[in-house]
Design a protein around this ligand. Structure first.
Ligand SMILES: [Fe+2]
Length: 257
């Protein structure tokens, strides 16, 4: 089971680096398409577009349509739930009438559970009691497979950067962390939002953040030759060893695997 994770493409159309962001996204999709073997799925962990606009989603959909692997999307704080669901409605995994954009994909040896951590009041994450109930229901609906959970906001403190907590309150993040530990079957949590790579834990569950695809918004220092080259991650699952993660720099040629 191979998962290519992308995040934070922040597609916008009326800004000076609009073309750069579209190019970053397109080059990343092309790089994923060139991987051998092809990933089973692509998961975009949110902030697909920058202003939640329909025309931005149309651009994002057109770019992602070039992907060879099936792609699943999450909402980030910059996304608009209704417009996102409308734009990506084709494949049927998003419920257009649902209050939250969360779902489970059961087609693979690893179950994929995507969560909605949007807050209506801030750029930080929220996870209300209703979402906890939905998460527990999704976890309990299948009891044999390991689970990988995807969130936009990371459920651990990222101590590099101006603000380590990416949820509105520590209590909200603790609520999500408790729910993730509920079954013992969640084996990894993959997130975005922070725009820089980070790794932590939800108790014993490894949790990571990937850098953002939009190179102009990426945090942290990169060598000059990498400034315009997006970075994404490939998570490979082995039943014995669990997940291993390869960080891919777009345009470096075939994967060593
Ligand atoms: Fe972002």
């Amino acid at each position: 089971m191979i998962i290519a994770q992308i995040s934070d493409t922040h597609i916008a159309l009326d800004i000076p680096d609009a073309d750069q962001r579209i190019r970053d996204f397109a080059l990343t999709v092309a790089d994923i398409n060139a991987l051998d073997p092809t990933p089973d799925v692509i998961v975009h962990t949110g902030d697909i577009v920058h202003n939640g606009r329909q025309d931005e989603y149309a651009q994002a959909v057109a770019t992602l349509a070039n992907a060879r692997a099936p792609a699943y999307v999450l909402t980030g704080n910059r996304d608009d739930r209704a417009k996102l669901c409308e734009a990506f409605s084709d494949r049927g995994y998003l419920a257009p009438d649902s209050e939250f954009v969360h779902y489970a994909i059961d087609d693979y040896p690893i179950r994929l559970i995507a969560l909605d951590t949007l807050s209506s009041g801030s750029n930080k994450g929220d996870f209300c009691r209703e979402r906890v109930r939905h998460l527990i229901d999704m976890i309990d609906s299948e009891t044999t497979k390991p689970i990988a959970v995807f969130t936009h906001h990371p459920p651990f403190e990222v101590t590099v950067g101006p603000d380590s907590l990416h949820f509105e309150t520590p209590e909200i993040m603790s609520r999500l962390r408790r729910a993730l530990q509920h079954s013992g079957r969640v084996v990894a949590v993959f997130s975005g939002h922070v725009h820089r790579a980070a790794a932590g834990y939800v108790e014993s569950i490894p949790a990571t953040v990937m850098p953002c695809i939009a190179t102009s918004l990426r945090k942290g220092e990169y060598p000059a030759g990498m400034k315009t080259r997006p970075v994404y991650q490939v998570h490979r699952f082995d039943p014995v060893w669990g997940f291993t993660t390869e960080t891919r720099i777009v345009g470096t040629g075939p994967s060593a695997a």
